[in-house]
Design a protein. Sequence first.
Length: 102
Amino acid sequence: MARTLRTIRRTIRAAMSAGRALVTAVRGARFTLLVRLFTAIDQGATVRIAYTDSKGVASVRDITPHRLDTTAAGNITCRAFDHRDGEDTTFRADRMTTLEVG
């Protein structure tokens, strides 16, 4: 859990340095989503997300998240194994609308 908290703090610091829009994204529901993702990473757990891709297509995915990153553009991304496609995929956190653990 200590590793999770350190990683969350580091990601939030990176987000704050990336710009105002990203800071807004990590507040409230987004923050809760990020905490759940970090917890799933620590536990090696699979989660179910509702996700909308860049073309506006919505889907429900079961993923096993590996890590969270911040892009140069300031987006928080989640690298995860996508059980539907059977491969590692990068998901933008701001495109996840719900997340269920277990």
